[in-house]
Design a binder for this molecule. Sequence first.
Ligand code: ADP
Ligand code: MG
Length: 417
Amino acid sequence: MRIIVQKFGGTSVSTPSLRKQAAERILEAKRQGYSPVVVVSAMGRAGDPYATDTLIQLLKTVDNEPDPRDQDLLLSCGEIISSVLVSGLLKSMGHPAVALTGAQAGIITDDRFGDTRIIEVKPDLILQNLRDGKIVVVAGFQGVTQNGEVTTLGRGGSDTTAAALGAALNAEVVEIYTDVDGVMTADPRMVPEARPLKIMTYREVAEMAHLGARVIHPRAVEIAMEKGVPLRIKCTFSDAPGTLITDSGRGIEGTAIRSDKVVTGVAHIANVAQIKITTREDVNKSGLVRTVFRALADASISVDIINVFPQMIAFTVSGEVLEKALDILKSGAIDSSGLDPSSIDIEGVPGCAKVSVVGAGMRGVPGVMATVVEALYASGVPILQTSDSHTSISCLVKKDDMQKAMRSLHARFGLGL
Ligand code: ADP
Ligand code: MG
């Protein structure tokens, strides 16, 4: 059996005519001799009746801080509705199909509601249905714990469902259908000059995804990489070839990954806040550095772009948790540091964005930082903080400067050419 996994995102299944186009993609794969396993997201975006954000708002009308277990149970309905509609459509077109929830598809997860991890896939029911000649349509983004509780995988989690099924079923390829022509050199909503990339390595895409390119979930890339399952990201409504993600050349004959560019793409995270803590004392000797990061960890607040100097600690948090983080720091962390609170200054800077250049080609190449700084300086964008890895450089900028920063980096590194 040649299995193909095809995942359709929210916009790709939002209206009857779009679902028809998705169905055509599925039937085309069938005509090519594949046994399709389809993964669907909830239909549409915030405001649409069964979209994930709509369901979150619905629950908030009864409880402003809903029980995460209840929220997962409700959110899982969005994908189930989608899966039944898509399988129903396929049946109405004369093709045997069956809809399965994440639990029925054997997606077993841990019990971190809202952001669970897949720990095992038991695809028996999928395989049985495929053997019966049916197209299997799985509700994405959801799983079930060993105790039978319904869980969800976090935003973008249907990508992870698709990759996990691809790995478990030994699929020939996992296709991610979305509303853009593949992974592009930047988010086309921000950078109109952005171009689709034909071929990328898993690592490069994972780095771009971690740095904000939400076209695919980073965990999906990691799962596919582990099993060596090729990923293809394509547009549901265009015939563009899309982006093939693989390790050097696997999956297509005669093509090796060659990049003559140092930077492959520009990624962004829009809603970031910076926190700066300064003191006349040494943060290491006083223990402040320890109490700050421990207090945030205990409150499950993730920190990023972290810089520690003897008299200053700077880092970023998601904009949504800035106030909570400042409260925690001003009470707990400072009290337990043993320092005089008046000697410590805590500043929260809302309205920031993280803009990153990514490229496997920059490893060991001197001058990338110089080019980043020149581009931002030339367009008048102040840099608030930076961080880097061997394949990326990130700058924190004001959110109002985000688009300008992205476009100038995109141009300076020749990505629109
Ligand atoms: P889906 O519902 O199909 O999963 P998403 O909204 O999660 O769709 O992802 C697709 C969106 O990702 C695009 O519409 C685009 O705005 C955004 N995006 C961000 N960075 C990139 C990038 N580098 N390449 C392509 N799309 C990107
Ligand atoms: Mg997505």
